[in-house]
Design a protein around this ligand. Structure first.
Ligand code: NAD
Ligand code: ZN
Ligand code: ZN
Length: 378
């Protein structure tokens, strides 16, 4: 898959990636997925997205080649690869901040490395491809346990782990009311995970009824379609006895709908690093002293966030790109015990050759699309 400019991607023949460092591995991709984050790239909103870049930060595969210093992987191993590229030994990695690794991204200091996510995150080609170079092969990837199905492993490389992390950052305590804004894969996973952390009530908010239906069936959430309300914040207050939710999770990010001025000043005029509609609803709809967890991605420019209200309400704001591998031990337990089946979020499976159609479908939210899996060589 290669990027050809906003709303244009196509399949091209590229050189097979090579081992460039002794701790690299080359992975033959067996499954990849398209993420909501890829849409920010696809829409041309992520700075320094270069023509010819290959996207894809959710993938699993089989190890095809290893560098001379790789100890933990062997050719033939079935591996899941977290979307973060990280060294495992810098100040930040040592503290579990894998998404903030200091050694992998020469182009920015805020964010570490991400596969296939523009040169702003290091310029590494991603996994919507037949082969991908995996740096620090002893650090990120994990051999997939035999009992774990491919598609469940794939959902752990980003979407489900990120939703789980979003719920973790909510600091949910028993009985809390948790509102999740956005019922895409990340929001669905956050809503489902909130129960695992003791939530007493989970409410999913989106504008797409088919996604809200999934939030009810997959995440057991109450649902609200915000387009049915004059002011969704008033509804958030009404349904929580006037106080507001204990925790609100933003699983929407920079391309939020629901406010024309915010949309025009961000996506069209690029005066903001993203439209903070959902984030502002979170700040308004959470109770005083509550927690807002931000999983939705925003660009490096400032955004018109209601910071004064957050300050005056005494909110705790928590956020990051998910340090994916930290979530795996617990999620693997839940899946093995039968509590979770992340692959239930998948709605579409397409051959790599048809990836342009896959992006269009997901971007325009057509055909009931929630999560698309891309299959190379099919
Ligand atoms: N922090 C991380 O590590 C991380 C990882 C993966 C994805 N993300 C980000 O999470 C966000 C969601 O990803 P996804 O794959 O679920 O994307 P998605 O595009 O499938 O889902 C976004 C959903 O938000 C809904 N929405 C739009 N405006 C809204 C509003 N104002 N209020 C409520 N809902 C609204 C859309 O209808 C859509 O269903 C994206 O911004 C993505 O970049 C972050
Ligand atoms: Zn992602
Ligand atoms: Zn590091």
């Amino acid at each position: 898959m290669t990027y050809r400019g906003p709303y244009k991607v196509r399949v091209e023949e590229k050189d097979r990636p090579r081992i460039e460092h002794p701790n690299d591995a080359i992975v033959r991709v067996t499954l990849a997925a398209i993420c909501g984050s890829d849409l920010h790239l696809y829409h041309g909103l992520m700075p320094d997205t270069r023509i010819g870049h290959t996207f894809g930060h959710e993938f699993i595969g089989v190890v095809d080649e290893v560098g001379s210093s790789v100890e933990g992987l062997e050719v033939g191993d079935r591996v899941m690869v977290p979307f973060n590229i990280y060294c495992g030994s810098c100040w930040f990695c040592a503290r579990g901040l894998y998404s903030n690794c200091h050694n992998v991204n020469p182009n920015a200091t805020a964010i570490g490395g991400i596969y296939g996510y523009s040169h702003s995150t290091g310029g590494y080609d991603g996994g919507q491809a037949e082969y991908v170079r995996v740096p620090f092969a002893d650090v990120g990837p994990m051999v997939i346990p035999e009992w774990l199905a491919d598609e469940d492993a794939l959902m752990l490389t980003d979407a489900f782990s990120t939703g789980y992390f979003g719920a973790q950052l909510g600091d949910i305590v028993e009985g809390d009311t948790v509102v999740v804004l956005g019922a895409g894969p990340v929001g669905l996973a956050a809503a489902r995970s909130a129960w695992l952390m003791g939530a007493g009530r989970v409410i999913a908010i989106d504008q797409l009824d088919y996604r809200l239906e999934k939030a009810a069936s997959f995440a057991f959430a109450e649902t609200r379609n915000y387009t049915h309300y004059d002011d969704i914040v008033v509804e958030m207050k009404k349904t929580t006895g006037g106080l507001g939710a204990d925790v609100v999770i933003d699983a929407v990010g920079a391309e939020a709908d629901g406010n024309l001025v915010q949309h025009v000043t961000s996506a069209k005029l690029k005066l903001q690093g993203g439209s903070p509609v959902a984030l502002n609803w979170a700040i308004d709809g959470v109770r005083k002293g509550g927690t807002v967890s931000v999983m939705g991605a925003y660009g490096p420019l400032f955004s018109a966030v209601k910071f004064g209200d957050a300050m005056n309400k005494g909110l705790t704001l928590r956020m990051n790109q998910a340090p994916v591998k930290r979530q795996w031990p617990r999620l693997l337990e839940h899946i093995e015990a039968g509590y979770l089946k992340p692959s239930e979020m998948i709605t579409h499976r397409i051959p790599l050759e048809h990836i342009a159609e896959g992006y269009h479908l997901f971007s325009s939210k057509l055909d009931g699309c929630i999560k698309t899996v891309v299959v190379p060589g099919s």
